[in-house]
Design a protein around this ligand. Structure first.
Ligand SMILES: [Zn+2]
Length: 324
């Protein structure tokens, strides 16, 4: 059950479909922001014409929903464990050259690529993340801005990567068009995204961990992303439907916590109380046993989902085609 709609006014902006330009939408469901303690609820809608699903209306001040929930500065790159697998996948197609990571976060991936002999470039909107990359890894090649505001030469990059980034962008089509321009003719584009058609998404709906509203402005499925890529003159040469078992496990566990009501959508005034409650429960043996059993059950189910090729996310490898 969703709590009553907040009385806080959402300064919102209705947007036309990014993929086909249509303005006719069907309401799917509401969801909460489980991270920022915002009391607002957000509407997910589907384009009647092409099927693209997105947040509509969209908060005017979307950047406010990043980082509000984070206490203190960034201490480490929590996604560094994903790096070895990603590099292995790229190397099956390209052994070296010039790489651009769009939405490069704290720079863990680019730092490893640099050590491997690649010429690296990054784009990242979060100033905190850019500072972390500079101070921790000494990376000065990261631009703290939007890709569309930069002027890279045409046919410049051998590889361009977007690891769980496209769904955060307000203009995925313009970004893909820009990538087409700056990627070499035989270049490789990699896009990884949560899968809106996954079993987890279909089952948990508004409680699905990877829905991540309002930060995910669009929700991609392999079918919708293929339409986007075709529209921007890319062809998919390979798909991975298993991306990372650890992420699949975390997503399943968090979604189940929300679905069972153990994790509720919090409100700002409950933030401190929730933390206190959790701390006191941590000491109890029963709670520890419950948590252990819950983790084991989630692990087994998420591994089973991986086994039948049903991951929370998917990845596509693309090449350029000639312009229409
Ligand atoms: Zn559309």
């Amino acid at each position: 059950m969703l709590p009553p709609k907040s009385t806080v006014e959402l300064k919102n902006e209705m947007v036309a479909c990014d993929l086909c330009g249509d303005n006719d939408f069907t309401f799917l469901y509401n969801s909460h922001d489980y991270l920022s303690f915002s009391p607002l609820i957000f509407e997910l809608k589907k384009c009647e014409k092409c099927g693209l699903v997105g947040l509509n209306p969209r908060p005017e001040n979307i950047s406010d929903y990043y980082g509000k929930y984070r206490k203190g500065s960034i201490k480490k790159d929590i996604f560094e464990f994903l790096v070895p697998n990603r590099i292995k996948k790229i190397k099956k197609f390209k052994k070296g050259g010039r790489i651009l990571d769009v939405g490069c976060g704290q720079g863990g991936f680019l730092n490893t690529m640099l050590k491997d002999g690649w010429e690296i470039y990054g784009v990242e909107l979060s100033k905190d993340a850019c500072d972390f990359a500079r101070e921790t890894y000494g990376l000065n090649e990261i631009n703290n801005c939007d890709l569309l505001s930069l002027d890279f030469p045409d046919n410049f990059f051998d590889v361009i990567t977007l690891w769980h980034v496209l769904e955060h962008l307000g203009n995925p089509k313009d970004t893909l068009k820009m990538i087409y321009k700056i990627l070499k003719e035989d270049g490789l584009l990699l896009v990884e995204s949560p899968n809106f058609c996954s079993i987890q998404s279909r089952f948990f709906k508004d409680k699905w961990f990877s829905l991540d509203l309002p930060r995910h402005l669009y929700q991609f499925s392999p079918k919708i992303l293929k339409m986007y890529l075709k529209e921007t003159n890319f062809k998919i040469i390979k798909r991975d439907y298993i991306v990372n078992p650890r992420i699949n496990f975390i997503s399943f566990k968090m979604s189940l916590l929300r679905w069972t009501g153990i994790q509720r959508a919090p409100k700002i005034e409950e933030n401190d109380k929730l933390n206190t409650d959790t701390d006191s429960r941590k000491d109890k043996i029963a709670w520890k046993l419950f948590r252990f059993s819950f983790n084991i059950i989630c692990l087994l189910i998420s591994l089973f989902l991986n086994l039948i090729n049903c991951d929370d996310s998917f990845r596509v490898y693309c090449k350029k085609t000639s312009r229409k």
